[in-house]
Design a protein around this ligand. Sequence first.
Ligand code: NI
Length: 184
Amino acid sequence: MELPKIKILNEYDKRLHMVSKEVTFPLEEKDKKMIEDMIEYLKMSQMDDMIEKYNLRSGWGLSAVQLGVLKRIFVIVDETKEPGVFKNYIVINPKILSHSEEQIYVSEGEGCLSVDRDVEGIVPRYARITVKAQDMDGNPYEIRVREEVSIAFQHEIDHLNGILFVDKIDPKNPFKDSDHMREI
Ligand code: NI
């Protein structure tokens, strides 16, 4: 396997703090290619031999803006219970239709391929959300996601709005309200 040639912007790039634009269809060929590259990159970043070969940091999700493309597109690659088998989510023009009351957070903190440092603190996320979005052909669909996939969706939707997870952590009180939420 060869690593797709993509360059991931880091948190100090101002584009990561800009709001991405709605996507129109049909998708441009270069955007289809970008989506394929993002999926391939994320998959490889979760495979031990590829991590070692290319010195990768593991990631679950990428938004187009992280590649400098200000379009409302993200992908999430989730390894299934069967090792080496991945489920891909391709999410274009997402809107959160509803969410649970319950909030959760990742105990060890969230990570981001654009944030290459340890950040202390937690980000409150909804335990379950229902999202309306479009696929690569522009067909609308609805999806309900929960737990870590729900967190990943919310993290990526934030990217589309120019928000990084680190922006949501209060450095003076990085574990604020954690006792009102469930840790996962
Ligand atoms: Ni991120």
